[in-house]
Design a protein around this ligand. Structure first.
Ligand SMILES: [Zn+2]
Length: 201
């Protein structure tokens, strides 16, 4: 989607870094990362298994439908109080929120009030998908929409006062990931190339 190139401002792009789960884990263990917050979708199992199993490490996770930053209550407080240096926004393909919001065939599966809530969270991504793909919803649209959505969540994260202030001071980086549900690979957003890539190390 063309929006991948324009959702994040140039300033925001400076605060995004493509780091793999393995590298993030190394940084946590080595103390290079002072604290990690992950915002992931509640449909994703085993998110914490991608990181070292050590309760002493400064690792905090929020899971809600779609990995919505605005639904992660208390995130800013933890970022401030714990001196968090890394925040990962972690979405996935075949996400119920994206499918509910973009696949109009799902419309009758939800009560109207829930449906409008789901649609409000995916509205910008829905418009971007409509512009590029029209009304269809298939695997290609799903993958593009997932990428679009997690980048929008990263942009949203960088509008939070605490997060932005720390990012501007060079104290915090944002990492934008998607889990491909078909092959279980994690793709990370490369801010220089503005594409998602799989990093193996
Ligand atoms: Zn999901």
């Amino acid at each position: 989607m063309k929006t991948l190139n324009s959702i994040l401002t140039l300033d925001q792009l400076r605060y995004v870094e493509d780091v793999s789960p393995a590298e993030m884990s190394r940084r946590l263990i080595a103390g290079i990362s002072n604290g990690l917050v992950v915002v992931a979708c509640s449909e994703m199992d085993g998110v914490d298994s991608k990181f070292p199993d050590d309760p002493e490490l400064p690792f905090y996770i929020w899971q809600n439908l779609g990995a919505c930053v605005s639904d992660s209550i208390g995130l800013e407080t933890v970022v401030e109080d714990k001196g968090i240096t890394d925040v990962v926004v972690f979405g996935h393909t075949h996400c119920g929120l994206i499918e509910a919001g973009l696949d109009t065939r799902n419309r009758n599966q939800f009560p109207e009030s829930l449906y409008s809530q789901l649609c409000s969270r995916t509205e910008a991504t829905r418009h971007a998908a409509l512009e590029r793909f029209g009304e269809k919803f298939d695997r290609e649209v799903d993958i593009s929409a997932t990428k679009d959505f997690v980048i929008r969540q990263s942009a949203c994260l960088l509008t939070m006062d605490t997060v932005l202030r720390r990012a501007e001071s060079g104290l915090l980086r944002v990492h934008t990931w998607i889990l491909n549900s078909e092959n279980s690979e994690v793709e990370t957003f490369n801010p220089a190339k503005r594409v998602f890539e799989t990093i193996w190390s």
